[in-house]
Design a protein around this ligand. Structure first.
Ligand SMILES: [Zn+2]
Length: 221
């Protein structure tokens, strides 16, 4: 209850500040921009090549950028400082990269769901906000019902623990299978470190004979 109230107050304050300051760069606060990320702050984004940087069970993993500088700051603002608007430039970064991936298919967007209590705590699922903005830019539909998170998982810092921790924490919603039939799953996420979360989702999709998948993250560590 207290957390919800706190989140609402932060949200109202942020909206109020946006009104006073109009559009400003989310990182350096300069007003010399009509975007949420100014030209100077955009310069330090290190885009990666449009080749898959790894494969897991034949599924390619692409990452748009390296996790540092402005990208890292935007992700932090979205996840930890209630700046929901940071989802807009982050989706644009993802879109700029995605346009250059050669294979354009009949995609459907999915993203790792968060445990319902965790979303309630933050007040929103940050990946839903990014997916929504990315969907607007690409005109690709989102399916946020096919994968459910059924277990709360604490963030793990050791790669070995990450795999153990995430095992069995997702479940497929079989009622949604027909919605994604004949589509290529575009599995998106903000950051990939070990890849444990995405790999676990791929395992679950593959157990249900869904094999046409590509993974795309905004940043890689
Ligand atoms: Zn700036």
């Amino acid at each position: 209850m207290f957390l919800e109230l706190r989140n609402q107050i932060i949200h109202i304050l942020n909206t109020f500040l946006d009104l006073i300051y109009n559009q400003k760069c989310l990182i350096c606060s300069c007003a010399k921009t009509d975007e949420l990320l100014c030209k100077t702050c955009s310069k330090d984004i290190r885009y990666l090549s449009t080749y898959a940087h790894k494969f897991f069970k034949n599924i390619p993993f692409y990452s748009a950028t390296l996790y540092d500088g402005s990208v890292k700051k935007l992700i932090h603002k979205l996840k930890f400082s209630h700046h929901k608007k940071a989802s807009i430039p982050l989706a644009k970064i993802l879109f700029k990269y995605f346009k250059n991936i050669k294979e354009q298919k009949n995609y459907i967007i999915i993203y790792p769901p968060s445990y319902f209590l965790k979303s309630a705590q933050r007040g929103y699922n940050h990946m839903f906000l990014i997916a929504k903005e990315f969907s607007k830019l690409t005109n690709i539909e989102i399916n946020n019902k096919i994968i459910k998170k059924i277990k709360y998982t604490k963030p793990q810092y050791k790669a070995k623990n990450r795999y153990k921790n995430i095992k069995g924490s997702f479940k497929i919603n079989k009622n949604e299978l027909k919605q994604i039939k004949n589509k290529t799953i575009l599995l998106i996420d903000d950051i990939t470190t070990s890849g444990a979360t995405l790999e676990e989702i791929i395992n679950i999709l593959k157990e249900n004979n869904i094999n046409d998948i590509i993974c795309l993250t905004i940043a890689k560590t």
